[in-house]
Design a protein around this ligand. Sequence first.
Ligand code: ADP
Length: 451
Amino acid sequence: MALHSLRFRLVLWFLLIETLALILFSFLLYEILARNLYTHHDDLLLYTQKNLTDQIQPLVVTNFTDIPADFYKRKEAFEIRSSNGKTILSTTEFQKISNNIPSIPYEDGRFLTAEADNHEPVRILISLLDGKYYLLQASWLGDIKHTLYQLKLILLILVPVVLAATSFGGYLIAFRALKPVDQITAKTREIQAKNLDHFLEIKTSDTELRNLVETLNQMMRRLNDSFRNMRQFTADASHELKTPLTIVAGTLEVTLNKNRNSEEYKEAIQTALEQIRRITDIVNDLLLLSALDSGKADSSRRPLDLSGLTTEICELIQPLISDKQITLSLSKDEKTVVLGDRNEMSQVVLNLLDNAIKYTPTGGSIAVKVRKENGSGVISVQDSGPGIPKEDLPHIFERFYRVDKSRSGDSGGTGLGLAIVERIVESHSGEIQVSSKKGDGSLFIVKIPLT
Ligand code: ADP
């Protein structure tokens, strides 16, 4: 198992924490039990001390001149010593301990642990009788030693066994818990750009892993969508460029087939030039869109008066309007100032007006309004053109989308105008809306936050 494996590290950490916890637990268990056992003995000694003192008291009064014989045979281990350390009375039980008890002076009420002749530990309580004699009571600690030894043995065996069992269990749990991660890795490896529509189907009840799988699937869905869009876009762009190129090539080939008069050459060059202008328009729009998409457009945001800008553009397009005998009306709130890029916002107004003129029949009308509304500068362009069918409305901002596909090149548009408008409006934190009905004109509304 590699040291860098998450499973291995999980088990290692688990083992480390468990070892520390078990050592601490064993230590505390041992200490608390030992303390309790000693306290128990001390309590017993204190308890018997009271009885014993009462019974010995008469002997103290007579200075132990008359000690009853059965006193020596009592089951309690105790001894009476005089203040100079001489033994006055010692029960048979106490004599088994005798030798190793520290000599006087003693402290009243003091507990001490000594070793008996048979090397067994013994607990001793010393008390002063009438200020002249010492009562030494003893209690065997042999059972404590034995109990603690057994506990130590159990812990020494049990702790490694528990550690071994739980680390094995821990490994199994870590293995099971991380198995879906292996599956995710294997399945994700199988997914290439070509099969991005194959999603991960990994069954797991863990919320974290389910979230991971769901997030990966969402990411793949997005990647899949953008790959599809990219493929579609490349196909559309190639198609858009291919048509004028075919026309140029065809015109030149036909012209070169035989000798032509200068009028015919002029006509051919004229056609080729028109198509080259069209190619140039498409390429320029594509370059602009790509710059806007990548955020590399050379834009600079400054306070910009939309009313002034729209008025200028309306004046600029006067010739186009007059050609088609279209009535253009402009109403505006003065000083509708937004933070925007002049060139980009000009492009927005120009594209919307260009479409309105393009699609409005001769003698129609266009109404342009610039106003301030709810914190936004609003430009609306209403035309009396053919309108846009309901089913096409959601698509008109897509690149190269045209409502009338059969007349794709006729209008002179590149099919990128509204895509550019939408991209610029978005980059200005604004929004664009369109409402239109077939045969009932179209209304485009652009909203940009005011400064
Ligand atoms: P184009 O260069 O073809 O005008 P746009 O992206 O500007 O491309 O517009 C996309 C399509 O939306 C157009 O082809 C047209 O079918 C439709 N459209 C846009 N503006 C109008 C309008 N004012 N009236 C009717 N149809 C419109």
